[in-house]
Design a protein around this ligand. Structure first.
Ligand SMILES: *Cc1c(COP(=O)(O)O)cnc(C)c1O
Length: 348
């Protein structure tokens, strides 16, 4: 057998999913359960529905998004988590043969999709304060992808910055990955009515406590969404399963619960920032559900390991420019108190 004919890629490394009782602050999940509407939708679902294929158009989920965000249904696309949506976007929009652009420090799946779909790319280094080098995104390219707020830095860029990048890229698609926008940022969503080259991607994994359900979506001009759907229907038409579609619809409909858990995460995040600051940590003013922090003289990898020995999981990236940092997801108030106490003991 000739293995040189295989597609060989270096895969994305997801954060660990340890079993047992641990404090899990490593993959930016929500520490609270999903909405009771979701629980009801799932428990009341007639199991006979599983005999049939799901709705390939995900109509009930799309309709819920459409009425909540006031965006026409033909400007919305749904996928199996935003990873699926983003992967479909790479396949659909980045075929010019020219290099696509994204920051050097960002979601570590972007270079993996570029490799698997044979899309050439160039990274544009973030400035020292981890802000975007806007000028770097004005060079000719085959597309742009930016996470805003960015991961793992937590830093939010202003909508004006996003708009400047959109204006400079009339000929290519600009994807804005808004996985964390619900935690305090201003969304680029209104710009889809003004720019036909913008795709805004979102997820229910972080702010709506449904990482296990795999629900993501995208907004964009009607034509962009049509091409995305054409590719989806050419790969796998039944992406979301029936329970997911119903859970997604229910989660979007329960706005009061969404706001309640989001506000709790934000409050605990601000308290955690305060505690870390008092301990001498430095970090971007995160507008997400995690904090990316370093401390002068701290061996981040060693602290990461020592926290793990105490069953507290955070994320450490052994990569240039960020190997002094820990990325700490925001858990419950109690979890963060335990984390801070452990961190103090380790650093003593
Ligand atoms: C978590 C995350 C995603 C993927 O989330 P899904 O669970 O696949 O919806 C996408 N982009 C960024 C920046 C993320 O942090």
């Amino acid at each position: 057998m000739r293995e040189d004919n295989f597609r060989k890629v270096i895969p994305y490394t997801p954060g660990e999913q340890p079993g047992g009782r641990v404090i899990k602050l490593n993959t930016n999940e929500c520490p609270y359960p999903p909405s009771p509407y979701v629980v009801r939708a799932l428990t009341e679902m007639d199991p006979d529905r599983l005999r049939l294929y799901p709705d390939p158009l995900c109509t009930r989920f799309i309709k819920a998004l459409s009425s909540y965000y006031k965006v026409p249904e033909n400007m919305i696309f749904a996928g199996v988590g935003s990873d699926d949506v983003l992967s479909m976007c790479f396949m659909t929009y980045f075929n010019s043969g020219r290099e696509i652009l994204f920051p050097d420090i960002t979601y570590s799946f972007y270079d993996v999709w570029a490799d698997v779909y044979r899309v050439p790319y160039k990274t544009v280094p973030l400035l020292d304060d981890f802000s975007l080098d806007v000028e770097g995104f004005k060079a000719g390219n085959g597309g742009v992808i930016i996470a805003n707020p960015n991961a793992p830095t937590g830093r939010l860029e202003k909508t004006e910055t996003i708009e400047e990048i959109l204006k400079a890229n009339n000929d290519s698609v600009v994807i804005v990955d808004e996985a964390y926008i619900d935690f305090g940022g201003e969304s680029a969503l209104p710009l889809i009515f003004k720019y036909d080259n913008l795709i805004v991607v979102r997820t229910l994994s972080k702010s709506r406590a449904l990482a296990g359900m795999r629900l993501g979506y995208a907004f964009g001009n009607e034509k962009l969404i049509k091409y995305l759907n054409d590719v989806k229907f050419s790969v796998n038409s039944y992406t979301l399963n029936t329970p997911s579609i119903l859970a997604g619809e229910a989660a979007i409909e329960d706005d009061a619960y969404f706001k309640e858990i989001r506000d709790k995460v934000i409050k605990v995040r601000e308290e955690t920032k305060q505690s870390l600051k008092e301990m001498g940590f430095e970090f971007c003013d995160s507008m997400t559900n995690f904090i990316f922090a370093k401390k002068q003289g701290m061996d981040a990898k060693a602290v990461f390991e020592k926290l793990k020995e105490r069953n507290i999981y955070v994320r450490y990236f052994n990569k240039p420019r960020i190997n002094e940092y820990l990325r700490i997801s925001i858990g419950t108030d109690e979890e963060m108190k335990t984390f801070i106490k452990a961190l103090k003991e380790i650093l003593e």
